[in-house]
Design a protein around this ligand. Structure first.
Ligand SMILES: [Zn+2]
Length: 78
């Protein structure tokens, strides 16, 4: 996970970048962690395993969509 502003490497539990103070968007962070994991996996996995990985990836995308929906539809207090 890197800071989107200054590119500094951040710990996963950081809410703010210690370098430039930018707030870390949790949903972006989640997506980036998933993307990073798959990028690393794709480097070492080939053939059939890669196909299985792609189906896993599309399942994760639907989870991601649900998470995004959850994050953007927080109950409004009137
Ligand atoms: Zn930063």
């Amino acid at each position: 996970m890197k800071c989107p502003e200054c590119g500094r490497e951040l710990q996963p539990d950081f809410n703010y970048c210690p370098e430039c103070g930018v707030e870390v968007d949790r949903s972006v962070q989640f997506k980036q962690i998933v993307d990073d994991s798959f990028t690393r996996l794709e480097e070492v996995v080939q053939g059939d395993a890669l196909l299985r990985l792609e189906s896993l990836s599309s399942r994760l995308e639907s989870i991601e969509a649900e998470l995004e929906l959850f994050l953007t539809s927080a109950p409004q207090k009137s």
